[in-house]
Write a protein that binds this ligand. Structure first.
Ligand SMILES: C[S@@+](CC[C@H](N)C(=O)[O-])C[C@H]1O[C@@H](n2cnc3c(N)ncnc32)[C@H](O)[C@@H]1O
Length: 279
């Protein structure tokens, strides 16, 4: 029998985790518009107990720790040991004693003390059994506690993803398209299904607000193309390709980025859902 979420555990403790660890500063900068939205909607308050699901290298846990202060507590959980190692180092360097981290599977394991607030920045779309996972998260939330998470809208609403995939398709053969609801970055893009999952798991008043922005990919066309190759679905598609294939895609991507320059930056569209619910 395969362990729960085994494929995800391998990915986030292997190639996926390594690239998030080595690119942490760049990734946090890239995702900062969504961090602001998450904090604006979640509003962690002084003294609160916060649970950060799939907290990765800790950016949102550290932001919440500042908001709850020393009378509060933030518990970040994740299945990736290397990402949590970096999260712990970052917490130690800020001296924030009110934040703790644990390597646990949010779908099925203990998630610490009951939370006033559950948050997640793109950390909840990877469960094999999402209803089971959200029941487990609900069981670790105080009655009336709130949850706010950010997940991606469909690929067609995310230029930073589809522009690269469109170009890569001209150069390399793609595997058959995966089940759109399979664990992965876009598993919650179908928002009616996502809200239904939350309802089935016992969450009340589940709702979603769309948010769209432009993400800064770099300060030159080549820069933008190189950073795009490192992120999202294209990075998985191109991971095991030959150097010649990678260079062909990179070169076409850089050409495409020329028309996306705004004030010296490559800017590409991105769309997410800000999902809220009450326990
Ligand atoms: C796209 S990354 C986001 C990381 C972090 N929230 C951020 O924004 O920097 C997804 C994260 O979810 C974590 N994850 C995936 N499945 C999980 C599970 N079953 N339980 C806990 N964390 C999980 C991964 O290890 C990874 O760190």
């Amino acid at each position: 029998m395969t362990a729960i979420n085994q494929d995800q555990k391998e990915f986030w403790n292997g190639a996926g985790g390594s690239s998030w660890v080595s690119g942490q500063e760049e990734m946090d900068r890239f995702l900062s518009p969504f961090t602001e939205q998450l904090m604006k909607h979640a509003v962690p308050a002084a003294g609160e107990q916060v649970l950060d699901i799939g907290c990765g290298t800790g950016d949102t846990s550290l932001r919440a720790a500042t908001a709850v202060g020393t009378s509060g507590h933030v518990h970040g959980v994740d299945i990736s040991q290397p990402m949590l190692d970096l999260a712990k180092t970052r917490a130690a360097s800020t001296g924030a004693a009110q934040v703790t981290f644990a390597v646990v599977d949010a779908q099925s394991e203990q998630l610490g003390d009951a939370a006033d607030l559950v948050i997640s920045r793109f950390g909840v779309m990877f469960f094999e059994e999402p209803v089971t996972a959200f029941k487990n998260i609900h069981a670790h939330t105080k009655p009336g506690g709130r949850m706010v998470f950010i997940c991606w809208q469909p690929v067609r609403e995310n230029e930073w993803v589809h522009i690269g995939l469109g170009i890569a398709k001209k150069h390399v053969e793609f595997p058959p398209p995966p089940d759109p609801h399979a664990p992965g970055p876009f598993a919650f893009a179908d928002i009616d299904r996502t809200l239904g999952i939350l309802g089935d798991a016992g969450w009340k008043d589940a709702s979603a607000e769309p948010f769209s922005t432009r993400l800064n990919q770099g300060s030159s066309a080549r820069d933008g193309a190189e950073s795009l190759m490192l992120r999202g679905p294209i990075s998985r598609v191109m991971m095991d390709r030959t150097d010649a294939e990678k260079e062909a895609v990179l070169s076409d991507l850089a050409d495409a980025m020329e028309s996306k320059m705004v004030d010296g930056k490559v800017m590409l569209g991105a769309g997410v859902w800000i999902v809220s619910a009450t326990a």
